[in-house]
Design a protein around this ligand. Sequence first.
Ligand SMILES: Cc1ncc(COP(=O)(O)O)c(C=O)c1O
Length: 353
Amino acid sequence: MSRYWSKVVDGLTPYVPGEQPKLPKLVKLNTNENPYGPSPRALAALRAEGGVTLRLYPDPNCDSLKESIAALHKLKPAQVFVSNGSDEVLAHTFLALLKHEQPVLFPDITYSFYPVYCGLYGIEYKQVPLTESFEIRVDDYLTPNGGIIFPNPNAPTGRPLALAEIERLLRANAGSVVVVDEAYVDFGAESAVGLVERYPQLLVVHSLSKSRSLAGLRVGYALGHAELIEALLRVKDSFNSYPLDRFAVAGAAAAMADRAYFEETCAKVVATRTRLVADLESLGFDVLPSAANFVFARHGALGGAELAAKLRQRSIIVRHFKNPPRIAPFLRITVGTDAQCEALIGVLRAILT
Ligand SMILES: Cc1ncc(COP(=O)(O)O)c(C=O)c1O
């Protein structure tokens, strides 16, 4: 604590992002980045941007990008909000839509940024335990609340929730906002975007960091009724009018337009995931069913921390969470290229036999 700090800052427990090590020849499977590069069309758009245009501020409304996102999802631009990574979309969502008298509900094992935003904005929250098999059970959320948020598929478990269950939740919970964080949805879960027109309390959040391979560009967006989007715009315009720079707007719009590349690279990740799961199981791992670009796996013989440390000594980085204790035996492993996953399996075989 410094005497110059505000009380709010003194009380914060900030989010700890996955490591971005600068070691050479690393197999980096710790932050769920896409192993394939961004769409060549996005790269061309980035190269074309710049030069003299950087003299000028970007479009504060990001109209061109909103139009391409809206067209892709068959919605109107007024139903789209864009910001600096889906993290910033989520931050604004907590302040704009989830800060109420009743606590916001989210799973006890989930994206660890949610409680951090609650701490930052002074929002009451209640963590709802996942089932024995690490699933979200909708019935557990049917209590008075100031909002509900969960990722689908969930992180770090990778387990998806069926769309019919999400719709059941929406039907039973009309009085507060339900946020579905679909950062990983393109790798195999059912999207709730098709429900946006019918449920005015639904907000769906997407990221370009995973399936569009643009983690370094920082673009995310939310889809929902214009009334929810307006709340987000009010926060954004009280915080930073230009959350996306000119490169981000141009690169993201081009990436969203390149459907073929997106489908091809997602299919490659899914195929590698199937092989990775089979290989891990053959080494004695218990792997949760994953609809994401990562798997969550534990081994009976060695603990999660020990396995992560041994992999690290051999230049392979995966993510391990000490807390909550229930997930300490697990490793969260990003699906890399076939070659990266084969390297991982080879090293695990050497460690375990
Ligand atoms: C569940 C979930 N939501 C949102 C994000 C944020 O992604 P970004 O800010 O890169 O769009 C992540 C990142 O890992 C995540 O795991």
